[in-house]
Design a protein around this ligand. Structure first.
Ligand code: HEC
Length: 127
């Protein structure tokens, strides 16, 4: 299953748009500014503080946002519920494999990738 990286076709490489990243940055700073503006208000204090997402949730979220676009859509094989070893996920995601694009550390950081691998290897089979 694991083949030499050089065997992967060049055009299969994944290039996320820098514009998209910039938009996310803008959105993040807009949200940050909103939080600061509302922090002095009584309403903000009355609200329950949003629970910070657990590390577990990050991998799952990445799967739903990115991997599932192919792997839950018939483009890539089903990868949930197969009890695949976490190393299978970390290796294939970083290096790609034939039609599977490689993801760089700027696409998915190591912590999220580890979490994603743990999540997928433990995920239950679909009914
Ligand atoms: C652009 C579509 C696409 C995306 C996005 C994608 N994959 Fe894939 N993936 C594929 C395809 C197609 C294959 C089959 C490659 C082949 O054998 O030629 C594959 C194969 C795999 C395999 C090997 C499965 C097997 O049975 O051989 C794993 C593991 C995998 N992908 C994990 C992931 C993970 C984790 C993510 C999210 C980080 C992801 N993929 C995102 C298309 C995608």
């Amino acid at each position: 299953m694991l083949r030499d990286k050089s065997a992967a076709p060049r055009e299969a490489r994944f290039h996320p748009s820098p514009l998209h990243a910039f938009k996310r940055l803008l959105l993040a700073s807009a949200l940050g500014a909103g939080l600061i503006l509302s922090a002095g208000g009584a309403a903000a204090q009355a609200q329950p503080s949003p629970t910070s997402p657990s590390v577990e949730g990050q991998g799952q979220r990445f799967f739903n946002k990115v991997c599932a676009k192919c792997h839950e859509a018939g483009i890539g094989p089903v990868i949930t519920g197969r009890g695949l070893d976490p190393v299978v996920f970390t290796t294939i995601v970083r290096h790609g494999n034939r039609a599977m694009p490689a993801f760089r550390v700027t696409d998915i950081d190591d912590a999220t990738l580890q979490d994603l691998a743990a999540y997928l290897s433990k995920s239950p089979a679909k009914p």
